[in-house]
Design a protein. Structure first.
Lengths: 104, 104
DNA sequence: TCGATAGTTCGATAATATTCGAATAAACGA
DNA sequence: TCGTTTATTCGAATATTATCGAACTATCGA
């Protein structure tokens, strides 16, 4: 559990970010993080098994979408908003904005 | 070959669009379409086998990213820009903008 | 109606992902 | 140091994708 790997800003790849966001569960997590700021993993599973969520968090982490800090036994997650906005301006905004006319 | 299925605007799902864009080959196709307007499939394979490209075009079509019209024996492809912009404002722009600081 | 052209579909293989229970690890307080 | 809490890792089953050759289909012009 020690060190959780995160890509540096310069290593973040658009296609991987898009892939990470292309899953409904992960997109949901991202939206909640955007809305609530920082959350533990447990706060974001919706009754799903921990191991499944851990997988999704890893995809989000590895792609550079989410930053996970260790805080005691818990892991605090947050969006890497500033970095993503700098790299891919408008991307996160467009994904976080839910249009009534559009399907998730 | 007859009728190529396309989702109506109201049926386009964000996660599927993101998935379609998350592949380097497809992202490339999308960028070229954005740049050149309308292209045949053949004009966009970069030496790749037809069957592979056909697969990618289908993903792009099924997700609602690309519209394919039949024009003689050829298929003309174009981005469904207006519809996508309406559904997911800013998404396409952000994906089409290549920042020097960011990896594809 | 016979090519020639442009893509699709089929089928098989290899590579990746997803899911989730069970085992493991890390951090902290008593 | 022993639980308790929180999350990761392992392992195995299942599912989904990507890739590409070969066969097929559609369209058009000669």
């Amino acid at each position: 559990m020690r060190t959780l790997k995160h890509p540096k800003a310069g290593e973040i790849e658009l296609t991987r970010v898009l892939y990470a966001l292309s899953d409904p569960v992960r997109l949901d997590v991202v939206r909640q993080l955007a809305h609530e700021g920082t959350c533990t993993c447990a706060a974001l599973d919706h009754g799903r098994p921990k191991s499944s969520m851990s997988h999704h968090f890893r995809v989000l982490r590895d792609s550079g979408v989410v930053l996970t800090r260790t805080d005691g036994p818990a892991h605090m997650n947050e969006l890497r908003r500033d970095e993503l906005d700098r790299l891919f301006p408008g991307l996160l905004d467009s994904v976080l904005t839910v249009k009534e006319t559009a399907k998730t």
